[in-house]
Ligand binder design. Structure first.
Ligand SMILES: C/C(=C\COP(=O)(O)O)CCC[C@H](C)CCC[C@H](C)CCCC(C)C
Ligand SMILES: Nc1ccn([C@@H]2O[C@H](COP(=O)(O)OP(=O)(O)O)[C@@H](O)[C@H]2O)c(=O)n1
Length: 206
């Protein structure tokens, strides 16, 4: 499989599976810390390989752009830290964590896959991003977020007025999409800006 595609599939699937697994944990107050061990241990693996204290070719191939160990200390490390912090701070008590992970893992990951494949028409303010990528991020980010909220509500964690929730999630997805599309990649990684923007908007809206 082409390296960019495999990296993005790892990006999409690992975060969404991680959140989807939260209901499997017990009601114990320590469950969130136990769950966050998975991303923390992966973070440790990224640091060890990123500092070249060990070399895991499979890890380099599946999560880096160019196969350089130091890349592990940026996007992938931020990503696993956001997974761990979301579990600790939001867990199953608030929809904010679900939304920020749905947008970072699902929305942003799909934007890259679709943007690379169909992104011929670039955004006027960012020649590195395209309408296809951003429209896909908004659409799939919205659908995945609604799916996550539905999944957790069926399991009894939340109750929503779905009409209102859909409008609020649309606003959250829109803000996350705009933030992802900005030409700020040199200053701030998308794995930080997208979850941060989603978190603030979701706090204000939900
Ligand atoms: C490729 C990744 C990030 C890079 O982002 P970008 O630079 O392309 O924007 C994701 C890296 C994921 C990682 C190293 C593995 C994460 C595993 C996860 C914590 C385990 C989840 C457990 C679950 C139950 C499957
Ligand atoms: N909104 C978006 C996002 C990404 N993309 C495409 O996806 C590629 C990678 O995006 P990126 O630089 O944010 O992703 P990383 O490879 O840095 O994780 C871009 O070069 C675009 O081709 C897009 O067309 N539109």
């Amino acid at each position: 499989m082409e390296q960019n595609l495999s990296r993005k599939l790892v990006h999409i699937i690992s975060g969404l599976l991680f959140v989807a697994a939260w209901p499997l944990f017990s009601a114990s107050p320590e469950a969130r810390y136990f769950a966050s061990l998975a991303p923390f241990i992966n973070g440790l693996r990224l640091v060890v390989n990123g500092l070249s204290l060990a070399t895991d070719e499979g890890l380099l191939k599946s999560v880096t752009r160019e196969g350089k160990p130091e890349e592990l200390l940026r996007g992938p490390l931020y990503y696993v830290l956001i997974l761990a912090l979301s579990a600790i701070f939001f867990w199953r008590d608030s929809p904010v964590g679900l939304l920020l992970l749905a947008m970072m893992s699902g929305g942003d990951g799909i934007a890259d896959i679709m943007g690379r494949k169909f992104g011929y028409v670039k955004l006027p303010y960012n020649q590195k991003k395209s309408w296809a990528g951003s429209i896909s991020m908004f659409t799939f980010g919205f659908l995945i977020s609604m799916g996550m909220l539905y999944y957790f509500s069926v399991l009894g964690y939340f109750q929503f007025d779905w009409n209102l929730t859909a409008q609020r999630v649309a606003v959250v997805s829109f803000v996350a999409t705009v933030v992802e599309s900005l030409p700020t990649a040199e200053q701030i990684d998308d794995n930080i800006s997208v979850p941060l923007a989603t978190m603030v908007t979701a706090y204000l809206c939900m």
